[in-house]
Design a protein around this ligand. Structure first.
Ligand code: AMP
Ligand code: MG
Length: 410
């Protein structure tokens, strides 16, 4: 039997074997959520030309120093238009936000500080203005030729927009990780039919598909695979051929029908772990060689639904996000206050208790147990938004501090 290892060792083992996927060029509009695989330099200035920050009148600032003054309006320019008229001292040009600033202009007076005269042929400027006001210089946001983003940058929607603004048609990114998800077990039913003796409704796949997608990956659902070695081997081989990683549920414990263990032991380079945590003590990780030579990471999660969730969070999710090129693959953690305490007994394991976390008026995160902590009791766990890491011992006293993984915080 495999020696019992701690969670830190298990995670290091997994992360060391989750290689970042080979980069691919994608249109910048499709890159949101992915990590840049190469630095991006700006090829264009943003804004590309000096333009007006307001709707108003383009002037020479010195000519309105004695405001209020009246000026002739010698032209008009809107966003998308331009004028060749060179503005002279003592003249104004009507200008809209985003329109190119005509030659000779050094400031724009906002329309709120003006009065239109003679049907727009003249304007009264009510206030003086400093040179440069409301003129956005070319390259004010981005200078052509500068390093915009280093490799490793996560493309957020705003980053994607900046890439669009400098006309970066395509960017080199770590592609979205395609993850095969499958459940194993002869007892599982997912077609709504009445339960026969010994059967249960399949639920882990629904959860794992959502967790995989929530981790920014693409989930490919391979359904339920029966506890039969030949069919499991066939599914695993096609999953390896079609996907970058495989997440299985069930069949990694010590039972006689734990076929995931039987099959993967033969076809993949696996490590069968016993981790000193509760829940989710059994966990399997390994690499399955695809027919094209790629080493496809396989995360063998236990079948008990709460164990499946916890081992996904602690091991599979960081592994998948490492493959996606993220430098911080884990969830954020915080030292939270356990208001009511988190009781437990010493058993040589770290307990990952499901809790609800909220900010308190003191600005700290406070957690309380969501109730039933059995590894089959997903209903209580489903209301948790955080996982408290309670070290071996007698638990956390009321008001004590506990290291907590935040899944989401309201
Ligand atoms: P196993 O890890 O296969 O030994 O399964 C452990 C427990 O989890 C058993 O009670 C199974 O019936 C249950 N289980 C396994 N897979 C699933 C699943 N996909 N959905 C719900 N329960 C499951
Ligand atoms: Mg099973």
């Amino acid at each position: 039997m495999a020696p019992v290892i701690d969670i830190t060792e298990a995670r290091s083992y997994v992360l060391a074997r989750c290689a970042v996927l080979a980069p691919r060029d994608v249109p910048c509009r499709a890159a949101t959520g992915m990590v840049l695989a190469a630095p991006v330099h700006a090829e264009e200035d943003v804004p590309p030309f000096a333009n007006s920050a307001v709707d108003g009148y383009a002037v020479v600032a010195a000519s309105v120093a004695q405001a209020p003054v009246e000026l002739p309006v010698v032209g008009e320019v809107a966003a998308g238009g331009h004028t060749d008229r060179v503005l002279r001292h003592g003249e104004a040009i009507r200008i809209m936000t985003g329109a190119p600033v005509p030659a000779g202009v050094d400031a724009v007076v906002m329309v709120e500080d003006t009065e239109r005269l003679e049907g727009g042929r003249r304007v009264r400027i009510m206030r003086s203005i400093d040179a440069g006001v409301a003129v956005r210089a070319a390259g004010d946001d981005v200078h052509a030729g500068t390093l915009l983003y280093p490799a490793g940058t996560l493309v957020t929607p705003a980053v994607a927009a900046v890439l669009a603004s400098v006309n970066a048609h395509t960017v080199s990114v770590v592609p979205r990780v395609r993850v095969a998800v499958l459940s194993t077990g002869d007892e599982l039913v997912d077609d709504g039919s009445p339960l026969q003796p010994g059967q249960i409704r399949e639920s882990n796949r629904t959860m794992l598909v959502g967790l995989v997608e929530g981790a920014g990956c693409e989930a490919v659902d391979y359904g339920i695979v029966r506890d039969d070695e030949a069919s499991l081997e066939a599914v695993l081989r096609s999953a390896a051929a079609e996907c970058d990683a495989i997440v299985t549920s069930g069949g990694v414990s010590m039972g006689d029908y734990d076929v995931v263990k039987a099959v993967l032991s033969q076809i993949a380079d696996m490590s069968w772990m016993q981790i000193s945590i509760k829940p989710a003590k059994p966990f399997a990780f390994g690499l399955l060689a695809a027919s094209d030579g790629r080493q496809v990471p396989v995360f063998g999660l236990p079948g008990n639904p709460v164990s499946s969730l916890v081992s996904f969070e602690l091991l599979a999710r960081p592994g998948l996000r490492t493959m996606a090129g993220l430098r911080q693959p884990g969830r954020p953690t915080v030292e939270a206050v356990a208001d009511d305490g988190l009781a437990r007994r010493p058993d040589g394991k770290v307990h990952f208790m499901r809790v609800f976390a909220e900010f308190g008026p003191d600005g700290r995160v406070h957690v309380r147990s969501v109730g039933a902590q059995g590894s089959h009791q997903l209903a209580a766990t489903s209301l948790a938004n955080a996982i408290a890491e309670v070290p071996d011992g007698d638990g956390v006293a009321p008001g004590g501090s506990v290291h907590t993984l935040l899944l989401w915080v309201a």
